[in-house]
Ligand binder design. Structure first.
Ligand SMILES: NC(=O)c1ccc[n+]([C@@H]2O[C@H](COP(=O)([O-])OP(=O)(O)OC[C@H]3O[C@@H](n4cnc5c(N)ncnc54)[C@H](OP(=O)(O)O)[C@@H]3O)[C@@H](O)[C@H]2O)c1
Length: 284
């Protein structure tokens, strides 16, 4: 059996989706080539799981070409930070060179050339690069990860975001559901539609805060930007989130894209994880 290449396999702070894909495939005894940035303790854990670990930089073609050798299917993820388009272009070229048949890539719900945040627009460009490589790209346009809200609450003890009214609506999803959909599509032999909108639960800011057992507090956008600069220490993340929260604030009570779609159940075999379930699982 050919290995599946999983990028982001060490798992970072945003959703650790690559980590989850690796673990699920290994649980199933499927061979995995785990692409990591550093040969650190997380890489050692992946080796213990039986993954073939390969160290490299997704922006660097000389390290991505050997990673795709002998692979037919791959999971592509790159965090919200600088270099995503470099990484997508490099991956598209390498995967085309090797003749991959399916690449499942994480994107964002509002990915569009006119989307309200620069990073969403970059995601759309990344989708185009992967599509044009002829590698069977499947894009998971995911809603806001529950984990994203956790970072804010861990920092301030409340859901302190510049969302305006407590009735502002947020499309949300567990990162584990994104990873499980990706795994389902990677293992599925059938032709699959190239774009999937993924949202697991649609909640207002007040409802999300209540699930966490905290208050929702509307924050002045300038103050949020200052806090975010300290919290994330990454200009692309600050720019993206500042624009994203503004987008939700401006849309307010809802949008056509804010719908729980059937892709989660179709490819994972279970209904979407709710925020309450996500938090309960964490306490077990
Ligand atoms: N957060 C949200 O609410 C949200 C919502 C919708 C969609 N998304 C999308 O989800 C994706 C991120 O999710 P994720 O679970 O993959 O994030 P993550 O948990 O932060 O994991 C990112 C992984 O990529 C690795 N990495 C970073 N730079 C690399 C490089 N240059 N070369 C090789 N590996 C590199 C990291 O390694 P190190 O840890 O060693 O740096 C980490 O293992 C993004 O595409 C984002 O737009 C996020």
């Amino acid at each position: 059996m050919e290995p599946i290449l999983v990028t982001g396999a060490a798992g970072g702070l945003q959703g650790a989706t690559g980590r989850r894909v690796t673990e699920t495939l290994r649980d199933d005894d499927h061979p995995v080539r785990a692409f990591v940035r550093a040969d650190d303790a997380r890489a050692a854990e992946l080796k213990d799981l039986g993954a073939d670990v390969i160290v490299g930089d997704l922006r660097e073609i000389t390290t991505v070409l050997p990673a795709v050798r002998g692979v037919r299917r791959a999971y592509f993820t790159y965090p919200v930070t600088a270099g995503m388009l470099d990484a997508a272009a490099v991956f598209a070229a390498a995967a085309h060179d090797e003749g991959l048949e399916r690449v499942v890539a994480v994107s964002q719900l509002g990915s569009d050339p006119h989307a309200g945040t620069p990073h969403m627009r970059r995601h759309w460009v990344a989708e185009q690069a992967l599509d044009r490589a002829g590698i069977g790209a499947v894009h998971l346009r995911a809603a806001v990860f529950f984990e994203n809200l956790r970072v804010v609450i861990a920092h301030s003890g409340e859901l302190a975001l510049p969302l305006g009214s407590p009735d502002t609506v947020l499309p949300l999803i567990a990162a584990t559901d994104v990873a499980d959909v990706a795994t389902g599509i990677l293992l599925n032999p059938d032709p699959i539609e190239p774009i999937h909108w993924l949202a697991g639960e649609i909640l207002t800011a007040a409802q999300a805060a209540e699930a966490f057992g905290v208050r929702y507090v509307d924050v002045d956008p300038d103050r949020w930007q200052q806090t975010a600069t300290t919290l994330y220490r990454d200009p692309v993340t600050v720019e993206h989130l500042t624009n994203l929260w503004k987008l939700f604030r401006d849309i307010g009570s809802g949008h056509d894209l804010y719908q729980v779609t059937d892709s989660i159940e179709r490819f994972t075999g279970h209904p979407p994880v709710t925020l309450h379930e996500h938090l309960a699982a964490d306490h077990n």
